[in-house]
Write a protein that binds this ligand. Structure first.
Ligand code: SF4
Length: 375
């Protein structure tokens, strides 16, 4: 079954006109327990037989997260997924996530086979940043260092000086600012604004957004917070500024997870994709976790704080891609080679400055911008 998805698409021309773009996601069929168990066993056997390793994102279905961990793979954010895939001895990587994650794995490991259960699983940030428009934007601002978020196509990365993830974006932009560089940022406007206000860097922002994080609402969050004054509010910085302003901790998925495991009996309101709550519950079973409110009351993917494209990764699709040897990611040259530079620059920076990953922004962080809460 396909779910239609609408999202705002703002052109980066002089008029900056916004329109509504359309996409779709395919929702996997629900499985009964017997079918689920059989597919799980089949997937384990296929991974072992092929010597393949499963690299899963925190936002995919719990059963795929558990399978990755049970078979020697990993559940991680996009930075750690890229590093793990590159460094693992397996010659076949199965990436359960969205397309740009598979592309990043292939860019870093061109000699390995990289498969995805669903090649059509994409991301609104990637869709809203077409490579040709982005190249024109860069051409118009040649004096700026081009910094792109991981959630972009290989062709967009090919034009960038730096790739960042939400784990290391602050540290890398601070580094560029210290060098006196002006920045062109794409594609997430909320994350870009958060980094701009936190670092004070000169940043020109592309106007994309994540359809999941853009749905969190400040007013409703404030009401929930008032009902639970003891709760710490954990926010991913792809969220709107009114939500970030209420945060006790702003950080990447890994940093939000760490905030929970550091206080394993605490109470938390979590403003990110609810797929992350599975790992939070596993690592801190005593913690009380609440999902931050989103716009919709209905059960559509857009209003339930779960990425419809991450949800396309199901057990059946995983077994199919391993059994039929389909879903292989290709990133042709010269795009792959051109995109490699910005990813390697990020990985080298993080290896040389591991402290940039250690600490999310909190209300106690001294460089917070006054009046912007946790930012
Ligand atoms: S949660 Fe948002 S940023 Fe992540 S893949 Fe889905 S649409 Fe993209």
């Amino acid at each position: 079954m396909s779910t239609p998805i609408r999202f705002d698409f703002t052109r980066q021309d002089a008029l900056g006109q916004a329109s509504t773009a359309h996409a779709w996601a395919r929702v996997p069929e629900a499985l009964d327990p017997a079918a689920r168990a059989a597919l799980n066993a089949r997937a384990k056997a296929l991974l072992a037989a092929r010597g393949a390793v499963l690299v899963a994102h925190y936002y995919v279905e719990p059963e795929l997260q558990d399978l990755a961990l049970a078979t020697g793979g990993i559940v991680a954010d996009s930075l750690e997924m890229a590093r793990f895939g590159r460094d693992h001895a397996a010659q076949e990587l199965v990436v359960a996530g969205v397309r740009f994650m598979g592309e990043s794995a292939k860019i870093l490991s061109p000699h390995k086979t990289v498969r995805m259960p669903e090649l059509e699983a994409t991301c609104s940030l990637d869709l809203a940043c077409p490579a040709e428009d982005f190249a024109a934007f860069c051409d118009a601002h040649p004096d700026r260092s081009v910094v792109v978020y991981a959630n972009t196509s290989a062709a967009v990365k090919a034009r960038a000086d730096w790739m960042v993830t939400s784990s290391c974006a602050l540290g890398i932009v601070e580094h560029l600012k210290a060098q006196g560089r002006k920045i062109l940022w794409a594609p997430d406007r909320h994350l870009g604004r958060y980094i701009q206000q936190t670092t004070g860097a000169d940043m020109l922002l592309w106007q994309g957004e994540c359809i999941v994080h853009d749905e969190f609402k400040g007013l409703e969050l404030e009401l929930l917070k008032a009902e639970h004054p003891q709760a710490k509010v954990l926010v991913h910085p792809e969220s709107p500024s009114a939500v970030v302003a209420l945060a006790d901790v702003v950080g990447s998925t890994s940093q939000l997870l760490k905030a929970v495991t550091d206080a394993p009996t605490g109470t938390f309101i979590v403003a990110t994709d609810n797929g992350l709550l599975h790992r939070m519950r596993q690592l801190a079973p005593q913690a009380t976790l609440m999902e931050a409110p989103t716009a919709g009351n209905g059960a559509t993917c857009k209003s339930c704080a779960h990425c419809p494209w991450m949800a396309m990764n199901g057990l059946q699709a995983l077994v199919d891609c391993l059994e039929r040897q389909t879903g292989e990611i290709q990133v042709p040259e010269p795009v792959r080679g051109q995109a490699l530079g910005c990813i390697e620059r990020m990985l080298a920076f993080v290896a040389a400055h591991p402290q940039v990953l250690a600490t999310p922004a909190t209300r106690a962080t001294p460089h917070l911008v006054t009046g912007l809460g946790a930012a």
